[in-house]
Structures are given as structure tokens and as C-alpha cells.
Design a protein around this ligand. Sequence first.
Ligand code: FES
Length: 107
Amino acid sequence: MPQIHFILKDGSTRAVEATAGHSVMETAIRANVRGIDAECGGSCACATCHVYVDDAFFDRLDPPDEEEAEMLDEVAVDREPNSRLSCQIVVTAELDGLTVRVPQRQA
Ligand code: FES
């Protein structure tokens, strides 16, 4: 089972077992990871599932589609080159160890 590592607002890291085919957002919500709100439930309409993807993994992700790219302009804190919406990142076995940092706020 792939593991996703979430770097929380206080700098600590939580490792969560994920299911391939689920999104990183779903993984976080199921495990009660703090700092990912996901108000729209994963339909790419709220930008409250924003995360910063670790550089080691960023290029291994499919690039954001047009809808996600536009929604990334709506994030509550600074959009960085490695910003992604976690509801749009699908977990695969190859992403085992994926590390994402939760922003200081989502709204
Ligand atoms: S959960 Fe709303 S955009 Fe990702």
C-alpha cells in the first residue's frame, strides 16, 4: 500500500496508508489530516485542498488540467510552482512516499 507523507502546519509529518485510485485529498480526509478542508468534496471547485508537492515527486505527477490550473489561482495563501490541489492527485503505487506540505491556511 502506498504511503503519503503530510507535512503539517506545525512542521511535523504524518505518514498515511493510501489506497491506489483514491485521491491524496480523500486519503487526508479519511485519516483526519488537519489542514486540508476539501469543502467541495473533490470536484475541483473550492481550492481548499491546496498542498505543496515535494520537488522529488512534482515531476512524476500528471500536470494540472486547465480546470485545476485556474482553480489554483484561488488558493488562500501564496501559489507556488509546486502548488497542487490534492483532490486532483490520484494515488498510484509509483507514488509511494509522496510528500506534500499543508499550507498555513485554506481560506
Ligand atoms: S476539494 Fe475542492 S478543489 Fe479539491
